[in-house]
Design a protein around this ligand. Structure first.
Ligand SMILES: [Cu+2]
Length: 493
């Protein structure tokens, strides 16, 4: 993983400071405070069973929270917006890691500020490893430095400077898109690797941009293998030449760079199916009242053209990063293991209760779930601990892709119907499932006019110390949509 000096074991984290690094431009960062040192922009590492015991300190001029995306935690630990940490305040946090090995991440989740704060750079990766995960590294004979965990974001850059977050009404409708990729917060990232297999755990940390990830050597497309998704390894690897990765989704891939001098990761051009049209909606989230924006010249949520002219539209080709291959050739790399994990197909009882959710678009009110804008007090429904449900999620035909995220619980994709052409073309099964649907997910993209069926398991670990009613949420992870109220609460009883 890279860079080595940014790696922080989760159980040694004494304090997590959320700070604004640059008051004019509004860039922010997490700083991990350990017993003996401080690390800006930490990559956290943990194993199942590890315990975190830390204090989160908010040095921003706005409320914040730290959401542990993908982890099974209590309402308080989950860091959704129920208990914002006000400017200058701190919050003690303690929990045990119970999730599978995989790439998870931390980001702010305070109502009305999530998009601005994530865009400002508040993203930290959490890599959970275990024996199965280590066995794979060994089977791939990974050279030191050939395993990387990368957050892929985009930003509007002019004259080498990341412009502050200032969405127009158009941006609030479609999302805030940049023109350059930021990889672990760096522009034009070049990552040194050795010949052989490279294992990449990649997060789409863009506010709104969908990525169609591929690798190129010159003009040649280089195939790769999908090893895992949001919550860890697949049962078996899948050979691919491209993969969709929407906001908050993760992929774990292996690519062989033997015999190459460099390999470019790109997002290929695709039709992003933005079929929602209208003047746009001005969202001034009521939670923002009384707090300043992060950047001096931010004009947040005004119906102006803003800096839209500098944005590349969703679906435009975008260079992401380059692997620089150096060092001695080490012979033919080993073949991939046929099995990666003991992950089995989801088993769904014939009488499993089903729940229908609609992702709606209304020209005046924007994107909503079941026609209902988010309200912190509302509970859309309650489920019992241990319940297993089938969710049927239908996206409107006059809509756009929505990456739907469920807090606290992983799910499996059972089936897709109505998937649009280029995505449908990647399906490997008659059920319409894509290779990324074959693992445990916490975020899944739903295309316009598409219906997906999910198996959701509300089991809590037997040792979970969080008894009583727990509130969680599900929402679109296009962060402009999330702040625009495309979110609902539910509770687990
Ligand atoms: Cu959305």
């Amino acid at each position: 993983m890279l860079p080595k000096d940014s790696i922080v074991p989760l159980d040694s984290l004494r304090r997590l400071i959320v700070e604004r690094a640059d008051p004019v431009g509004g860039r922010c960062r997490y700083v991990a405070e350990l017993r003996e040192r401080r690390v800006a922009g930490p990559v956290l590492v943990a194993q199942p069973g590890d315990r975190i015991r830390t204090v989160i300190e908010n040095r921003l001029p706005q409320p914040t929270t730290v959401h542990f995306h993908g982890l099974t935690l209590s309402e308080t630990q989950d860091g959704a917006g129920f208990e914002p940490i006000l400017p200058g305040e701190s919050k003690a946090l303690e929990f045990r890691v119970r999730n599978r090995a995989g790439l998870y991440w931390l980001h702010p989740h305070p109502h009305g500020f999530t998009a601005e704060q994530v865009h400002a750079g508040l993203v930290s990766l959490l890599v959970i490893t275990d024996d199965e995960d280590a066995a794979l590294d060994e089977a791939l004979a990974l050279a030191p430095g050939n395993r990387l965990a990368l957050a892929l974001a985009d930003a509007r850059v002019s004259n080498g400077i990341v412009r502050p977050y200032a969405p127009s009404a158009h941006d609030c409708l479609h999302g805030w898109f940049g023109n350059r990729a930021l990889v672990n917060d760096a522009l034009d990232a070049r990552l040194p690797v050795a010949p052989g297999w490279v294992r990449l755990q990649l997060l789409n940390a863009c506010n709104a941009r969908g990525l169609l990830l591929a690798f190129r050597d010159g003009t040649t497309t280089v195939p790769f293998h999908l090893l895992g998704t949001d919550s860890g390894l697949l049962g078996a690897p899948v050979a691919l030449d491209r993969v969709f990765l929407y906001s908050a989704e993760r992929v774990d891939v292996a690519v062989d760079v033997s015999g190459r001098r460099e390999l470019a990761a790109v997002s290929l051009a695709f039709d992003p199916r933005h079929q929602a049209h209208g003047a746009g909606i001005v969202h001034r989230h009521p939670a923002r009242d009384g707090f300043p924006a992060l950047a001096a010249d931010t004009v947040c949520s005004q119906p102006t053209a803003g800096s839209r002219g500098e944005a590349l539209p969703d679906g435009a080709e975008l260079p992401l990063f380059t692997l620089d291959v150096g060092g001695a050739t080490r012979g033919t790399p080993p073949s991939l293991p046929a099995r990666l994990s003991d992950l089995a197909e989801a088993v769904v009882a014939a009488d499993a209760p089903s729940r229908m959710l609609r992702l709606d678009f209304d020209e005046k009110r924007g994107f909503l779930i079941d026609g209902t804008p988010y309200s912190a007090e509302e509970i859309a429904f309650s489920v019992n601990r241990g319940a297993r449900e089938v969710w049927e999620v239908r996206n409107s035909p006059i809509s756009m892709p929505h990456p739907l995220h469920l807090h606290g619980f992983g799910f499996r994709v059972l089936r897709r119907r109505g998937t649009f052409g280029p995505a449908r073309g990647l399906a490997t099964e008659s059920s319409g499932r894509l290779p990324t649907d074959l693992g445990i997910k916490d975020t899944v993209v739903v295309w316009p006019n598409e219906t997906i069926w999910l198996a959701v398991d509300f089991s809590l670990p037997p040792d979970a110390a969080f008894h009583g009613r727990q509130r969680y949420m599900f929402h679109c992870h296009n962060l402009e949509h999330e702040d625009g109220m495309m979110m609902r609460n539910f509770s687990v009883l």
